[in-house]
Write a protein that binds this ligand. Structure first.
Ligand code: 13P
Ligand code: 13P
Ligand code: MG
Ligand code: MG
Ligand code: MG
Length: 370
């Protein structure tokens, strides 16, 4: 029997500014999730935060894109927004871009990563939660986990994954997708996903011959783009991901290894700057310096045979990631010293979705031919 893991998140108000989720919002989420659990709608849940994004982690039997589950998440975000308003939190309801729920939370503002899977005898998973960045921030680490033998020893030495994986890549501007095989089409995959603001890894699947079902994902990333919904910049799309580990898949440590390198992502201040992503335990998931630098939290879980979430383990709460944090802070200093100059500030094309158009409009009449 299959179970579904859903991670649904939204920024419904920051405390203060864009720093952190207020505990009252998490408390409200816990209350409503607990009620849904008692009513048998969900099997298990955990509510937490990463920066100013409220994170709902749920297991259930309704499959992906379920009206019940999305509706539950929407109601929680709506009710918690009322508390955010009472507390005067910053940008209360920021990511709720539509008024009425109509069956599916997709395209309404929140970010969603979901997978329906047949549970293995032991099912270790990691949920990743990022703040102050965008879905393409997952391209490099997810590629490394499932495609790079210098990261994942198992691709070379484990016969159960030696055949590689399939990557589902979305063109988020043209709304198209393509499935590419690794390692055969490695260079094609990289040609696309290196352009991370446009091509994003949506899912990873096993290949034919793998012991896991070909049509059940082993990794999934939220790919919602807020500016496409709102028509203007309303905050970055602070993404989440779910990754399964072990036995035929990357080991837990191979899933985490990519984050030992704090790669450059876009987001940070006003969603308009490039900077390093810093792997942090929850207690440090409170971006403050220049509203950043961007953060990633990794929560480790075992899902038991009934679909219960056994965890979380705060996986970056380990001295082994101290050097990555130190490196991220060095890079943050270096990048900051560029002030408003590229490549710290995003290139023009990406600024088109933020406040730059209004600045240009103001100057329109003062431009003259040369
Ligand atoms: P243990 O011997 O600690 O179980 O580790 C096994 C392993 O494969 C680690 O990657
Ligand atoms: P969030 O997307 O986390 O709300 O951040 C928005 C922002 O503009 C930070 O400076
Ligand atoms: Mg915010
Ligand atoms: Mg955020
Ligand atoms: Mg945001």
């Amino acid at each position: 029997e299959k179970i579904t893991i859903s991670v649904i998140k939204a920024d419904i108000g920051g405390w203060p500014g864009h720093c952190k989720v207020h505990p009252a919002l998490i408390e409200k989420a816990n209350e409503l999730l607990n009620k849904a659990k008692e009513e048998g709608i969900i099997i298990d849940f955990h509510a937490t935060y990463c920066g100013d994004d409220l994170q709902l982690i749920m297991t259930h039997k309704h499959g992906v894109d379920s009206e019940k589950i999305h509706g539950l998440a929407w109601d929680i975000f709506k009710e918690a927004t009322e508390i955010a308003k009472e507390l005067g939190l910053y940008g209360a309801g920021q990511d709720l871009l539509k008024d009425a729920f109509s069956g599916n939370i997709r395209g309404m503002g929140p970010g969603i990563a979901e997978m329906e899977i047949t549970l293995r005898k032991s099912e270790p998973i990691v949920t990743f939660h990022m703040d102050k960045t965008e879905p393409g921030a997952f391209n490099l680490p997810i590629f490394r986990m499932f495609g790079d033998p210098f990261n994942t020893a198992g691709l070379v030495i484990d016969p159960n994954m030696h055949m590689g994986f399939r990557f589902e890549v979305w063109d988020i501007k043209e709304h198209k997708k393509v499935i590419l095989n690794s390692p055969e089409e490695l260079y094609d995959i990289l040609a696309l996903i290196g352009a991370k603001s446009r091509y994003v890894i949506k899912r990873v699947y096993p290949k034919k011959g793998h012991k896991l079902p070909e049509d059940e994902p082993v990794a999934v990333v939220s790919t919602e783009k807020l500016y496409e919904i709102a028509g203007e910049y309303v905050g970055k799309d602070d993404p989440v991901a779910i990754v399964r580990a072990q036995s035929g898949l990357p080991a837990l440590g191979e899933v985490l290894e990519p984050f030992a390198f704090p790669h450059i992502v876009s987001g940070w201040m006003r969603g308009s700057h490039n900077g390093p992503i810093m792997p942090v335990p929850l207690k440090y998931a409170t971006p403050s310096r220049f509203d950043g630098p961007p953060r990633v939290v990794a929560l480790g879980w075992q899902i038991n045979k009934d679909g219960k979430l056994v965890g979380p383990v705060d996986l970056f709460e380990d001295v082994a990631f101290d050097e990555a944090r130190k490196k991220a802070l060095e890079i943050a200093d270096y990048m900051r010293r560029h002030g408003p100059f590229e490549p710290h500030r995003l290139p023009l094309e990406d600024m088109e979705y933020t406040t730059l158009p209004s600045v240009l409009k103001k100057l329109e009449e003062r431009f003259e031919p040369v």
